[in-house]
Write a protein that binds this ligand. Structure first.
Ligand code: 4FV
Length: 257
């Protein structure tokens, strides 16, 4: 399954290097993802190719004009009417892993990157299928948000992550934060890798990882626990953690979860 991503932007060059490196770069090379940038200014037909104007009703900043964006969107829709149009904006739905997974099933994404104070409201009314935000802060433009979205979505496309990897094992997969990871050296400045991880006892290791994921999530993102499907044993474990009863930290599991 390949995905086509068209990006409407006033700064197409911003996308050159980030989408050519590493995993995404290889995915593009392998043709798993086709990425095309479209310069909205090319659809401003006046002599000065004006793409923004002052806001009606006054106020600071400029607003992106509807006509160039409408022409740009219609040029893509004329090639593929089923393109799914996403506007990156702080007013959008906060991007989450399950949204990235859902968007990865689309064959053609059309991403609109705003600039200035944003786009004329009629762009939303006439063309936008979905509005997505990457976080509650204001960027200078939607381009970086579009790159974040492309990265998060691409990981779900079969073949993008190495054969042994699937995005289904990630953090947030079961809406828990990931467990601590270690690699060589065993002892770094007196800090050693938890013995359990060298035990070769895979059942015990996954138990330890599950517990550490629960502990870390309960301490750092308790809001995620509401969505996690926890077994009775894990719920009991969480009570322990919340009661601050330290569970035998790095020893082998003592309680059947
Ligand atoms: C943004 C975000 C974001 C707002 C004004 C572009 C900027 C400027 N996009 N998630 N946060 N966009 O800050 O997606 O037009």
């Amino acid at each position: 399954m390949r995905m086509r991503v068209d990006i409407l932007t006033l700064f197409p060059n911003m996308f050159s290097s980030p989408l050519q490196e590493s995993i995404l770069g290889r995915a593009v090379e392998k043709g798993l993802i086709q990425i095309r940038t479209i310069n909205i200014r090319d659809f401003a037909l006046d002599k000065h190719q004006v793409v923004d104007d002052t806001p009606y009703g006054g106020g600071q900043g400029m607003v992106m004009k509807v006509e160039p964006i409408a022409r740009a969107i219609e040029s893509v829709k004329s090639q593929n009417p089923s393109a799914w149009i996403v506007y990156l904006t702080p007013q959008g739905k906060p991007l989450q892993q399950d949204m990235a997974r859902r968007l990865s099933t689309q064959s053609h994404l059309l991403l609109l990157c705003g600039r200035y104070e944003g786009v004329d409201e009629r762009v939303r009314e006439l063309f936008i299928n979905e509005e997505i935000s990457i976080g509650d802060y204001v960027l200078t433009g939607g381009e970086l948000a579009a790159m974040v979205l492309i990265d998060a979505v691409s990981r779900f496309i079969p073949g993008v992550l190495g054969s042994d990897r699937s995005a289904e094992e990630d953090s947030f997969f079961n809406s828990l934060l990931e467990y601590p990871q270690y690699t060589r050296p065993f002892n770094f400045r007196g800090r050693c890798v938890p013995e359990i991880l060298l035990s070769g006892n895979h059942a015990a290791i996954s138990l330890w990882r599950r517990r550490e994921a629960l502990r870390r999530t309960s301490l750092r993102r308790p809001d995620l626990l509401t969505k996690a499907d926890l077994s009775e044993g894990e719920k009991k474990l969480l009570e322990e953690i919340f009661k601050g009863n330290s569970i035998d930290g790095d020893g082998l599991p003592i309680k059947k979860l």
